[in-house]
Design a protein around this ligand. Structure first.
Ligand SMILES: Nc1nc2c(c(=O)[nH]1)N[C@H]1C(S)=C(S)[C@@H](COP(=O)(O)O)O[C@H]1N2
Ligand SMILES: [Mo]
Length: 336
């Protein structure tokens, strides 16, 4: 039963991504709403992006952190790819957040139901600073930076996203992992009343992902609280998500409520669902195919060529210089 559901969901996302003709209308509505097909005038008549973004009346929530859509001040950083950023409407309108359903336009429609204030992050496990942290105590909103990173989904599509956040390594240092901590696991908010998708056994809920601690302490990973100069919209993982640009997108955990330091390798959502397809590492690697499709190239979402634009996928998504040493000597075909 569980396996069947999993296969179906998997198949559906594969079909969404791999056979454009099968979902042409669906994708077309997203792209049209985003203005890619030059029909901006019908924006609002289409379901995919018809729900207004959650632009708040007040920039701050009662809990003291920025509300979805609120303008954020961030200093530009040297971490930026030169490609044009994906249009914001595509980032907001074409999402994976299975807690709200498995179609790309389910999260933009339904994530507004998620409560994101107050927001607490529980820190536990191998740490000298366990506890429940209010978001504003975990993330220093006066030190936000903008980093334009590539985003590569395992389904072979990509975006370029100007994230706003803080280096993960700075937050982790504050959380004092013990010498015994070798991994860090992130857990997503779970509320069956607000997230209809969790009533289906697509994945084992809550969504969890993890990194080796030295990966997490690399200079690249972010705790993001925003994108495009604004606090994250709920469908993109408000109010706090991880960003690990050299890994497939599913390694990023949306709407993080728990950070757990462990001595041994913790479970991860997609690995538990299908270990033969999704490994613990999940580094972007054009030379290691997914069992059901090639990873050598990717469809550029919102690119100039409409949805037919493709680019070749880069090793470690273009971040080999920064992260290659983390995997020196490892067999990348076995440790996929
Ligand atoms: N909790 C949770 N986090 C998640 C997912 C999810 O379904 N649930 N999907 C992942 C996948 S597959 C991708 S590609 C990215 C998508 O992020 P975006 O929709 O903001 O572009 O979120 C990742 N994080
Ligand atoms: Mo993904």
């Amino acid at each position: 039963m569980e396996l069947k559901f999993r296969r179906n969901a998997d198949y559906q996302s594969l079909r969404d991504e791999m056979t454009p003709e099968g979902t042409f209308m669906n994708r077309r509505s997203v792209l049209t709403a985003a203005g890619f097909l030059g029909a901006g005038s019908i924006l609002g008549a289409l379901p995919a992006c018809s729900e207004p973004q959650q632009t708040p009346a007040a920039p701050k929530t009662a809990a003291g952190h920025a509300a979805p859509g609120a303008a954020l001040t961030a200093k530009k950083s040297a971490f930026a790819v030169s490609d044009t950023s994906t249009v914001e409407e595509a980032f907001n309108g074409y999402c994976n957040f299975y807690e709200f359903g498995t179609s790309k336009d389910d999260p933009p429609r339904y994530a507004s139901r998620m409560t994101t204030s107050p927001w607490q992050v529980t820190v536990e496990g191998e740490t000298d600073a366990p506890g429940a942290y209010a978001l504003k105590d975990l993330i220093d909103y006066s030190k936000l930076e903008e980093r334009v990173y590539r985003h590569r989904c395992v389904e072979a599509w990509s975006m370029v996203i100007p994230w706003v956040g803080v280096p993960m390594k700075d937050v982790i240092a504050k959380l004092k992992p013990k010498a015994t901590a070798k991994f860090v696991q992130f857990e997503t908010y779970l509320n069956a009343k607000e997230m209809f998708g969790v009533n289906r056994p697509v994945l084992q809920w809550p969504y969890v992902e993890a990194l080796r601690l030295d990966e997490a302490m690399n200079e690249l990973p972010l705790f993001a609280v925003g994108a495009y100069g604004k606090a994250l919209q709920k469908q993109n993982g408000a109010p706090l998500r991880t960003v690990i640009p050299w890994k497939y997108g599913f390694k990023a955990t949306k709407s993080v409520v728990k950070i757990r330091f462990t001595a041994t390798q913790p479970g991860t959502a997609w690995n538990k669902a299908a270990a033969s397809e999704y490994g613990f590492y999940s580094n972007v690697n054009p030379n290691v195919s997914h069992p059901r499709w090639s990873q050598a190239s990717e469809r550029v979402i919102g690119g100039k060529g409409g949805f037919n634009e493709r680019r070749n996928t880069d090793m470690y998504n273009g971040y080999e210089k920064q992260v290659g040493a983390l995997y020196a000597g490892m067999d990348l075909k076995k440790n996929y």
